[in-house]
Design a protein around this ligand. Sequence first.
Ligand SMILES: Cc1cc2nc3c(=O)[nH]c(=O)nc-3n(C[C@H](O)[C@H](O)[C@H](O)COP(=O)(O)O)c2cc1C
Ligand code: SF4
Length: 404
Amino acid sequence: VSTAAYLEPGRIGRLELPNRIVRAGTSETMAGPDGEVTDELVALYERLAAGGVGLIFSGHLYCERRGRYARRQAGIHSDALIPSLKRLTTAVHAHGGRRVFAQLAHAGSQSRIPGNDDMLAPSPVPNALTGREVAGASEERIEEVVRAFGAAARRAAEAGFDGVHVHGANGYLISEFSSPLANHRSDRFGGSPEARDRFLLEVLGAMRRELPSELPLTLKLGFADAPPGGLQPEEAVARAGRAVDAGVDAIEVSVNVMTRPTDSARAYVAVDRRRAATDLLPQRLMRPPEPEAYFLPWAEALRARVDTRIVLVGGMRTTATIETLLRERKADFVAMARPLIREPDLVAQLAAGRTGRFDCTSCNLCLAHEGHHSLRCWRTPRRRLVEHAVYRLRGGLKRMPPSA
Ligand SMILES: Cc1cc2nc3c(=O)[nH]c(=O)nc-3n(C[C@H](O)[C@H](O)[C@H](O)COP(=O)(O)O)c2cc1C
Ligand code: SF4
């Protein structure tokens, strides 16, 4: 009997993985006030590992306090957090062969923390998503952040993570340095595609120095800016090549500077009229499904030019699609965020023979509640939709709740 390609083992660097399905980085809004891991967060990782996914990318962890994105985000900015992070890795490793990478990030000027007036950006340009504008960082500050990424990688290894995944996409600090729209510098960090690579390459170098050589280092990379006139895929593919030369073992393909969260998490993927009716989405009854695997063209551009493992994220919603992508070597792994919010045991179900469409309809209610409520699907059980409606009607989603 031939197994489905998505259930076959795979490898990143020297690490063996039990299948080709990755839980994409998904910030959980479950940490304590100083970014520490909570019982709730451990329980989620436990559920995901028990649910069969081969590799978990953690939600983005801030490597410096001023690089925090949202309230109740988990952190990796201090040695004091290592024991708490170890709880996560222990929970995952309890489930034979399951692996977990720490996703390391710095929010740059995209931070949504009210009152965070200590942010960092390459240049004083309003952030395309948050509108925040901060002074351009001095070279000294930039070197400080590079060291913070290195120290965070060391902590990840000490906490028992199986690898480190750098967040170089979705508009955060590394994306800002990579983008001609956000980076107007004329020193060694800006002014040409090669200079825009420099911050990322210094971060990767600092991390590679701190990580034991057997631990994989992977990268989520932004391939194009959402606003017109920004980063183009050709520049990003060249950047990916240099990142691989600097020791990156796999690349996850994503968007760069964003104007809306849906630039990364597109809505209503694979939702046809029948699914719209069963999931109570009247606004979708008369519209065709949005396409799956929406970052595939960038993955193809990467495959044509760079020899690396490709992790494809963004709108994987049917077994037929993920099977074809893997069989045709368009991707070596497929990553999913929202389908695993709704069905954390999806991979176990696939291993038991389930085929067809996954339940998540990409309505993005989970994304709207980031920083407000713990990560969950708001469509199931159905009463959650009522909870959501009440919170929204009271104006709860209009601004981020203050402080921790
Ligand atoms: C609630 C939520 C939180 C997310 N948090 C992160 C994150 O911490 N790091 C990251 O790289 N991407 C994050 N993303 C983006 C996802 O990793 C993924 O790239 C995107 O949702 C598209 O994949 P999907 O169609 O499988 O959801 C988040 C997405 C959602 C919906
Ligand atoms: S709220 Fe549920 S159905 Fe909607 S995108 Fe999130 S996981 Fe999918």
